[in-house]
Write a protein that binds this ligand. Structure first.
Ligand code: FAD
Length: 418
C-alpha cells in the first residue's frame, strides 16, 4: 500500500496590519525583495521569503515579527494579505501535517531560530546597527496602537524656518496630561490623521521623530515636541498635498491629536559617562539630534556628558530648523558644523564635505569606543555619509570594513532616513 505523501508545512512570515506604521523599513531591508506594499498593507511573498530575519530587528514596531504555521499549498498569498485589516488566527493543521516534522516538512524555519542567522542568504548588510548602544535606557514601544490610540493636546505650534523660504517646518508640542507616554530621545511616534483615504479607509499613521528629551519639551512636564515639514511636493517635485504633515502644521493650540507608539528600540542615545555623540542630519532629521542635544545640555555640570559634534545640512541658514537656538549653544558644549548648499555667495557644501574637512576630529572620536554616530534625514544621504566616514578612516591607514562592522555590532552607528 502506498504511504500518504508528506504534507509540507510552512512557517509563514506575516506583517500585522494593525501595528504596522508603513515606514518601509522592512521593504528596504529585505535582501531578497520578498516584501512589497500597496496603499493598504505591507506584505510578505511566501514564494520568495526565505525566513532570513534580516527585516525583523530594524522594524520599529515589531509588527514584522508574526508567523503562522500553514500547509504550504494553502499559504496566504500576497493578494490575501493586501486585503487584510487584521492578522488571521492560527488555523489547526491537518492531522498528517500536525504530526510534526516527522510526517510533514516545515519550511522555511526562520534562520535566527534555527541558529542560521547571517548565512549567505543575507547578501546586503544594513548600513547601521540593529542593536542600541550598550548603555541605552530601555525603551517602551507600542503602548498605544491603531485600535487604542492616545489623545494628546496641542500646546504649541510655530514655524522654525524663515517665513520667506519654501521650507515650512513646524515645531509642534503635544501634551499628554495625566496619561502615561514614556519616551526616549531617538524614538518616534505615530500620528493618525483624521479622515479617510481614496479607498474610504481611515488614513494610516505617519511616523515623526521626537524633538524633545525624555523628561519633556519642558523639563518635568508630560509633553513632547515634533519637527514637521509641510509636504507640498512629492519626491519628484510635482505638487502634492501631504495628508498628515499639512494636518499637523495647521493645528491650533488646544486641538487634540490621536497618537500611537512610541516606536523605536535601537536609535537610542548612550547613557554612560563621557559617551560622545556624532550627529549628522539634514532638515527634519534634526529632530532626534535636538532631543539628544537637549538631553545632554540638561546634564551639563554632571559627569555624564561627553563630546557632541553636529553636522547639519540645509539649503540656507533660513531653511535650517532651530537655527537661532542652535547658534546660542556654548561652543565648548557642542561642535557645530553647518553645511549649506544654496547660501548666496558661498560655495555649495554638504554634510559629507564637512565630515571630510573635519577628518582629524572625526577620526579621533571614532577611535574612542564611547562614541556613537547618528544619521537622520533624507534617504539619499546614507551613501554619502558612509563614503565620507570610510574616507576619513582609510586616510589614516585603518580598515573601514573592520571598524564599520564593530560600529554596527556595538550599536554605535545608527541611521534613520525617510
Ligand atoms: P503623504 O500624504 O503620505 O504623501 C503625499 C505625497 O508626498 C506622496 O506622493 C509622497 O510620496 C510624498 N512624500 C511623502 N513624504 C515626503 C517628504 N518627506 N518629502 C517629499 N515628498 C514626500 N517627517 C517629518 O516632517 N518630521 C519627522 O521628524 C519625521 N520623522 C520620520 C521618522 C521616520 C522613522 C519615518 C519613516 C518618517 C518620518 N517622517 C518625518 C516622514 C513622515 O512620516 C511622513 O512621511 C511625511 O510627513 C509625509 O506625510 P504626509 O501624510 O504629509 O504625506
Amino acid at each position: 500500500m502506498n504511504a500518504p505523501l508528506p504534507v509540507e508545512v510552512l512557517k509563514q512570515h506575516l506583517i500585522d496590519p494593525e501595528i504596522c506604521i508603513r515606514c518601509n523599513t522592512c521593504e528596504e531591508t529585505c535582501p531578497v525583495d520578498a516584501i512589497t506594499h500597496d496603499s493598504n498593507n505591507y506584505v510578505v511573498d511566501p514564494e520568495i521569503c526565505n525566513g532570513c530575519m534580516a527585516c525583523v530587528p530594524p522594524c520599529p514596531t515589531g509588527s514584522i515579527d508574526n508567523w503562522r504555521l500553514v500547509v504550504r499549498a494553502e499559504a496566504y498569498s500576497v493578494q490575501d494579505q493586501l486585503g487584510w485589516e487584521e492578522l488571521p488566527q492560527e488555523k489547526p493543521l491537518p492531522v498528517d501535517a500536525a504530526a510534526g516534522e516527522e510526517g510533514g516538512q516545515t519550511m522555511p524555519a526562520p534562520q535566527a531560530e534555527s541558529g542560521l542567522a547571517q548565512t549567505a542568504a543575507v547578501t546586503v548588510a544594513p548600513p547601521g546597527a540593529a542593536v542600541p548602544p550598550w548603555s541605552a535606557a530601555h525603551p517602551y514601544v507600542n503602548l498605544y496602537t491603531h485600535k487604542t490610540p492616545i489623545t494628546a493636546t496641542v500646546v504649541g505650534n510655530y514655524r522654525v524656518t524663515g517665513a520667506d523660504t519654501e521650507s515650512d517646518i513646524h515645531h509642534i508640542v503635544l501634551d499628554f496630561g495625566e496619561q502615561p507616554f514614556p519616551v526616549l530621545e531617538g524614538q518616534s511616534i505615530g500620528i493618525l490623521p483624521p479622515g479617510v483615504d481614496a479607498q474610504g479607509r481611515p488614513h494610516h499613521a505617519r511616523q515623526y521623530s521626537l524633538a524633545s528629551p525624555r523628561d519633556g519639551e519642558r523639563a518635568g512636564y508630560n509633553n513632547l515636541s515634533l519637527t514637521v515639514k509641510r509636504v507640498t511636493q512629492d519626491h519628484g517635485g510635482a505638487a502634492a498635498h501631504g495628508v498628515c504633515s499639512n494636518y499637523l502644521c495647521d493645528l491650533a493650540k488646544n486641538d487634540t491629536v490621536q497618537v500611537i507608539g512610541p516606536f523605536g528600540h535601537t536609535f537610542l542615545m548612550p547613557n554612560h559617562p563621557q559617551a560622545n555623540l556624532i550627529m549628522i542630519c539634514t532638515g527634519t532629521g534634526s529632530a532626534p539630534m535636538r532631543a539628544m542635544t537637549e538631553r545632554s545640555r540638561r546634564l551639563i555640570g554632571t559627569a555624564d556628558i561627553g563630546k557632541l559634534m553636529l553636522f547639519f545640512g540645509a539649503r540656507t541658514e533660513r531653511e535650517l530648523p532651530y537655527f537661532g537656538p542652535l547658534m546660542k549653544l556654548p561652543r565648548d558644549f557642542i561642535d557645530i558644523n553647518l553645511a549649506l548648499s544654496r547660501e548666496p555667495g558661498q560655495p555649495k557644501r554638504y554634510v559629507q564635505d564637512l565630515i571630510r574637512e573635519r577628518a582629524a576630529h572625526v577620526r579621533g572620536l571614532l577611535a574612542d569606543r564611547n562614541t556613537c554616530i547618528y544619521v537622520c534625514g533624507l534617504k539619499g544621504m546614507e551613501v554619502g555619509v558612509l563614503d565620507a566616514l570610510r574616507d576619513v578612516v582609510v586616510q589614516s591607514g585603518e580598515d573601514w570594513s573592520i571598524l564599520h562592522d564593530a560600529l554596527r555590532r556595538e550599536g554605535r552607528l545608527h541611521f534613520e532616513t525617510y
